[in-house]
Design a protein around this ligand. Structure first.
Ligand SMILES: NC(=O)c1ccc[n+]([C@@H]2O[C@H](COP(=O)([O-])OP(=O)(O)OC[C@H]3O[C@@H](n4cnc5c(N)ncnc54)[C@H](OP(=O)(O)O)[C@@H]3O)[C@@H](O)[C@H]2O)c1
Length: 386
């Protein structure tokens, strides 16, 4: 069996868990690109990384290379996996671009691949025909309680892992990628026909923004108020947030149908959020009758805190954090993209627009966002636009 060289960019929860699991496989070399000095120190001290599995057992690994230097981490990689959040991907791609080899195919992908990673990679890595761009719809397992360089806990895993390549990639490259990912993750890897099936799958961009809007938006019961204590995202989800989420879920499905019709592609694999959650969590949801009850009674969602920081000005209590990933990842790179796609098709998404506009105000303006790389010619393919 030939040696497979994997480079993982980002030493967070997802990066650690995947790196440790890959090192359990024969003939797989794993390097990690991180900015975190404590991971480098632990590696230099030869401390193994440990993953605690859901059944209570543990697996250990010592990575082949851990570095803050992009060249050292990626220069000979066969496959590069970006695990940094969507708002940090552009910088990561710029950092590694000069060091990716040109002498063999390099499969460069994001886990998760949402927020239009295919477009970002195309825009950031132009004129690199040996790069094969791909994304995975979701993380293979949830990962939590990270001690950098030392340990990570593995949560529930997905029974199937859906992967898509950039529309430009030939079938031969897709087949080769499928082989590599099957070697890394097993036979649960399923290739999708179109990257839009990842981009349009509803998830955090509508979930987090709608719940925050329902809590502290202009009609929320906590509008301009301070929370006495931290609040759980889902078990304490406000009715108004669930209402907006249900509406945005419907708009998202409508947008999918409009894109499918306009572009002549089959997006029937993209399910509604409600259906995704019910299918993913099944019995763990005590009452699946409405969006509100699904969110409030899903045991897997218990105790997940909304992003809060202490209230400013030494006041007692908490406010929703403006710099949280719910805004700088999910709004700026997720919701923005959905609303812009709808605008290009002249498809009305008034609930998404309302939540987006309010969110941008709460964020005190939109800085870098998905519009920096969303192709100007979309929905026409680049060749037709030339
Ligand atoms: N953890 C999960 O169970 C889970 C579940 C669903 C989805 N996701 C998604 O998976 C992606 C990674 O999530 P994660 O939980 O692994 O995140 P995480 O633990 O916070 O790790 C992300 C890593 O990215 C690197 N990074 C580089 N630039 C960054 C920046 N500007 N801000 C924050 N991090 C930056 C950091 O690693 P270095 O310090 O090493 O550079 C950081 O540790 C996100 O898109 C998230 O939404 C995760």
């Amino acid at each position: 069996m030939n040696l497979l060289k994997v480079a993982i960019c980002g030493g967070g929860r997802t990066g650690h868990l995947n790196a440790i699991l890959f090192k359990q496989l024969p003939h797989v070399q794993v390097s990690m690109l991180t900015r975190n000095r404590s991971i480098i120190e632990q590696h230099a001290l030869q401390v193994p990384m440990q993953a605690l599995l859901p059944d209570g057992s543990t697996v250990q690994a010592r990575l082949d290379r851990v570095s803050t230097d992009a060249r050292a981490a990626v220069e000979d990689a066969d496959i590069v996996i970006i695990t940094v959040p969507a708002h940090a991907r552009a910088q990561t791609l710029k950092d590694i671009a000069p060091h990716l080899t040109t002498s063999k195919p390099v499969y460069i992908g994001a886990i998760p691949g949402f927020c239009g990673f295919d477009w970002l990679a195309e825009a950031t890595l132009p004129d690199r025909p040996n790069l094969v761009i791909w994304g995975m719809k979701d993380v293979p397992h949830t990962a939590f309680e990270l001690t950098p360089g030392r340990s990570i806990k593995m949560g529930g895993g997905k029974s199937r892992l859906y992967v898509a390549t950039h529309a430009r990639e030939p079938q031969s490259a897709q087949r080769q990628l499928e082989k590599i990912l099957t070697r890394l993750y097993g036979p649960c890897v399923t290739m999708l026909d179109d990257y839009l099936e990842i981009t349009l799958t509803p998830g955090n961009p509508i979930m987090h923004s709608s719940v925050i809007y329902g809590l502290i938006g202009p009609y929320g019961q906590w509008h301009r108020k301070i929370f006495a204590q931290p609040l759980c995202w889902w078990s304490e989800c406000p009715e108004l947030g669930a209402y907006f989420l249900e509406r945005m879920d419907q708009e998202s499905q409508g947008l999918c149908a409009a894109i499918s019709q306009r572009m002549g592609i089959n997006l029937s694999s993209v399910k509604s959020l409600k259906q995704e959650i019910v299918e993913a969590y099944g019995e763990q949801i005590r009452d699946p009758s409405s969006m509100l009850s699904i969110l409030r009674t899903n045991q897997a969602y218990n105790n997940i805190l909304a992003p809060m920081v202490p209230a400013p000005g030494n006041r007692a209590g908490y406010v929703i954090e403006r710099q949280s990933r719910a805004f700088n990842e999910d709004v700026a790179y997720g919701l923005v993209l959905l609303v812009e796609m709808a605008r290009r098709l002249d498809f009305k998404v008034p609930y998404m627009e309302e939540v987006l506009n309010w969110s941008i105000g709460y964020m005190q303006g939109l800085g870098d966002c998905a519009l920096d790389y969303f192709p100007h010619q979309w929905p026409r393919p680049a060749t037709a636009a030339a």
